[in-house]
Ligand binder design. Structure first.
Ligand SMILES: Cc1ncc(COP(=O)(O)O)c(C=O)c1O
Length: 378
C-alpha cells in the first residue's frame, strides 16, 4: 500500500459537545452476576424501575405469533396509535409513537433547535434532581441547559422558573410527573402556571399509571403542552422500546417530517398493541405494584437511619443517615441486590429502589436494615 498522508484527523474534529459527555453504559446483568460470582437469576434487580412481572401474557402470545420479521414495520404505527388514542382519551391526530420516550425527548429538541438562520428555541430549562436525559439531549442538540434546581421538598421552584422567563424568550421546560428520583407529582396549579409562561412544557409521564393522574387530555386544549408516556414501566416492555407523545396537533406535520422512518420495530408495535387490547391485565399488575409500594414504604419508614420519601411511581427514594453509599452498595451487592445509587451534590446519600415483588421487597428491606444497624454501631 502506498504511504498516504491523511489530510484530516477525524478524532480531533469530533465536536466539543461530544467530548464533554459521559457514556451511558450500565453494566449488563450477566456481567454483574459474573463480577459478584452469583447466578444471574438470583439477583434482585431494583435499579432501573422495570416491571418485575414482565410483559402481559397477551403481549407474550402476540410476540410468539409474530411472523413478519422480514418486513418493514408500519412507519407511523397506525393501529397502535389508534389504540393509544382510545387508551389516553385524545384523538389520534395528537399521537406519535416512538422508540421509547427517550427518542421523543431528542425529537422534540431537534424540532426546535435553532437552524443556521436563527429562529427556534436556544435554551431548555432542566429542574434537577430529575431524569438525566433532558440535559443530555439538550447538550447533544447544542442547546443551552439552564438549571433551576427543585426546592428542598422536590417541588419545582416556580419563582425561579418565572424569573428566568421574565425576558419573554421562548424556552422548553421538562418536568417529570411523577419525578424521577423522588416520585412526586406535579400539581395542577403549578402546571397551569407553567403553561402561562412563554414556555413549551414537556410533561414526562413515564410513571403516570402508578399515580393514575395523567394530564394527557389537557393537550388538545393547550398549544404549549406535550405529554410523554411509555410502555416501558407499567406494561413491562422496557426492552422493546415503545413510547409515545401526545402533541398539539399543529406540531404533528413537522414531527412526521423529522422522525426516523422505521423508528418502532414490528414486534414492539405488536406487543404494545396486544397490551392495550388486554389493558386490564397490565393495569391489575399496576394496582398490585402500587399496593406493594405502599407496604414497602411503611416497611422502609420503620428502619431508623433511613429517610424515606413518599412516591407516586414504582420506586422509592431514600437517604442514608449513617454510612456511605459506597459501603451500602458493597453490602447490598454481596447479597445480590442491585439498587440505584446517586452520590453527588444534593443526592450525596440518596438511593432509589424499584418496587419489586413482596418477597424481594422484604429481602431488600432486611438487607438495608442490617446495613443501617451496622453503620450506626461502627
Ligand atoms: C422520567 C423518565 N422518563 C423517561 C424514561 C425513559 O423511558 P423509555 O424507556 O420509554 O425511553 C425514564 C426511564 O427510566 C424515566 O425515568
Amino acid at each position: 500500500m502506498e504511504d498516504s498522508q491523511t489530510l484530516i484527523s477525524p478524532t480531533d474534529l469530533v465536536g466539543d459537545r461530544v467530548r464533554g459527555l459521559q457514556e451511558y453504559a450500565p453494566e449488563p446483568l450477566g456481567e454483574t452476576a459474573q463480577r459478584l460470582g452469583l447466578p444471574p437469576e438470583s439477583l434482585i434487580k431494583a435499579d432501573a424501575n422495570e416491571n418485575p412481572y414482565g410483559p402481559t401474557p397477551a403481549a407474550l402470545r402476540a410476540l410468539a405469533a409474530y411472523d413478519s420479521y422480514h418486513r418493514y414495520p408500519d412507519p407511523v404505527s397506525r393501529r397502535l396509535a389508534a389504540r393509544i388514542a382510545e387508551y389516553v382519551g385524545v384523538p389520534q391526530e395528537h399521537i406519535l409513537v416512538a422508540n421509547g420516550s427517550d427518542e421523543l425527548i431528542d425529537l422534540i429538541l431537534r424540532l426546535f433547535r435553532p437552524g443556521r438562520n436563527g429562529g427556534g428555541i436556544a435554551e431548555i430549562i432542566d429542574c434537577p434532581p430529575t431524569f438525566g436525559m433532558y440535559s443530555f439531549y439538550g447538550a447533544t442538540n447544542d442547546m443551552s441547559v439552564v438549571s433551576v434546581p427543585r426546592l428542598e421538598d422536590y417541588q419545582l421552584d416556580m419563582q425561579g422558573i418565572a424569573a428566568i422567563c421574565s425576558d419573554q424568550r421562548p424556552r422548553i421546560l421538562f418536568a417529570a410527573s411523577p419525578n424521577n428520583p423522588d416520585g412526586r407529582l406535579l400539581d395542577s396549579d403549578s402546571l397551569n402556571a407553567l403553561l402561562g409562561l412563554p414556555l413549551l412544557v414537556v410533561l414526562d409521564e413515564a410513571y403516570v399509571e402508578f399515580a393514575a393522574c395523567s394530564r394527557s387530555t389537557w393537550v388538545p386544549e393547550r398549544e404549549n403542552l406535550i405529554v410523554l408516556r411509555t410502555f416501558s414501566k407499567w406494561a413491562g416492555l422496557a426492552g422493546l422500546r415503545v413510547g409515545y407523545g401526545i402533541f398539539p396537533s399543529a406540531l404533528m406535520p413537522s414531527l412526521w417530517r423529522l422522525k426516523s422512518p422505521y423508528n418502532v420495530n414490528g414486534p414492539a408495535q405488536t406487543a404494545a398493541l396486544a397490551t392495550l387490547e388486554s389493558a386490564d391485565e397490565a393495569l391489575a399488575r399496576v394496582r398490585r405494584i402500587v399496593s406493594d409500594r405502599e407496604a414497602f414504604y411503611l416497611r422502609l419508614e420503620g428502619i431508623s437511619g433511613l429517610r424515606v420519601f413518599p412516591s407516586q411511581a414504582n420506586y422509592i427514594m431514600c437517604t442514608l443517615q449513617s454510612g456511605t453509599l459506597a459501603e451500602l452498595k458493597e453490602h447490598m451487592e454481596a447479597r445480590g441486590i442491585l439498587l440505584r445509587y446517586y452520590g453527588q451534590g444534593r443526592l450525596e446519600s440518596t438511593l432509589r429502589i424499584s418496587v419489586d415483588t413482596p418477597e424481594r421487597n422484604e429481602t431488600i428491606a432486611c438487607a438495608l436494615a442490617e446495613f443501617v444497624a451496622g453503620a450506626r454501631t461502627r
